[in-house]
Design a protein around this ligand. Structure first.
Ligand SMILES: Cc1cc2nc3c(=O)[nH]c(=O)nc-3n(C[C@H](O)[C@H](O)[C@H](O)COP(=O)(O)O)c2cc1C
Length: 254
């Protein structure tokens, strides 16, 4: 079963190469406005997005985000931020004090902005634009916060490059839905599905025929697949200073 919306969703692919034409501000507004139609926790709308077009600021963002060329190439960079600073202003207006010293206070804002940005992204893609999330915005969050003038009780959850796609990238298959969708209770018997997905991902060529040792089998090699890629990624701690930056932004996570 399908619908035009589902077909649009299936066309998603991260775009990292862009044509030089600018994205008009009205288009950015349309995209963000569409994102704002998403559900939001208690209608609190705990998000903001900073749209950056200035080449010098994008160049600095590129440096801070792992030197990703797509950030200087894309005409627009969007910084998707969890934002409870607006609610501080609301509380002041109504003479309340906002309670933010707990994990939930940060988590709800993060969920809100994640939903906003994905709806906005879908809207952008439906308009023929493309882009790529930039998790690397959290590589040097304190510097990004300063560069974008982000106030207390905001945090850049993800960045995004946005522009007119210059190439049609390979679409990456996803895990079989049976490995993701559990009925009634969680079922961890997914070994077969994972091995099959590993094979499918090797076939796409996104790992370009790299080979790696077979775990536990001396001297044997096999194609580098999704499991090796994923295991490598998650066995390294990353961005371990986030708690301190969050604390400085007013999120105690107690
Ligand atoms: C929160 C988030 C952060 C990401 N950060 C980066 C990034 O910094 N650089 C990058 O090239 N891709 C980044 N990506 C894109 C993912 O690598 C991409 O979505 C994934 O490989 C699946 O590919 P697809 O989007 O083309 O289907 C990010 C994606 C998400 C959801």
């Amino acid at each position: 079963m399908t619908t035009p919306t589902i077909e649009q969703i299936y066309r998603h692919v991260s775009v990292r190469r862009f044509a030089p034409d600018p994205v008009p501000p009205e288009l950015v507004e349309t995209i963000v406005a569409a994102g704002q139609r998403s559900a939001t926790s208690s209608n609190l709308q705990m998000y903001s997005v900073v749209a950056v077009t200035d080449p010098a600021r994008r160049a600095r963002l590129a440096e801070l985000c792992g030197d990703q060329a797509q950030i200087t190439e894309a005409p627009v960079f969007l910084a998707w931020c969890a934002d409870r600073s607006r609610l501080d202003r609301v509380c002041r207006h109504r003479r309340y004090t906002q309670a933010v010293d707990h994990v939930e206070a940060f988590l709800v804002a993060t969920v809100d902005v994640a939903i906003l940005m994905q709806t906005a992204t879908l809207a952008a893609e439906s308009l023929g634009l493309g882009g790529c999330y930039i998790g690397a915005i959290r590589n040097h969050p304190a510097e990004v916060i300063e560069l974008l003038g982000l106030p207390r009780l905001t945090f850049p959850v993800a960045g995004m490059t946005l522009g007119r796609p210059a190439v049609e990238p390979t679409r990456k298959p996803r895990l079989p839905t049976a490995a993701v969708l559990h009925w009634e209770t969680y079922d961890d018997r997914d070994e077969e599905a994972l091995v099959e997905y590993d094979r499918v991902m090797v076939e796409t060529g996104v790992y370009r025929g790299r080979q790696v040792p077979v775990p536990g089998l001396e001297g044997e090699i096999e194609d580098y697949g999704w499991m090796e890629h994923s295991a490598r990624r998650v066995s390294q701690p990353s961005r371990t200073e986030l708690r301190e930056v969050l604390r400085r932004q007013g999120f105690e996570l107690a």
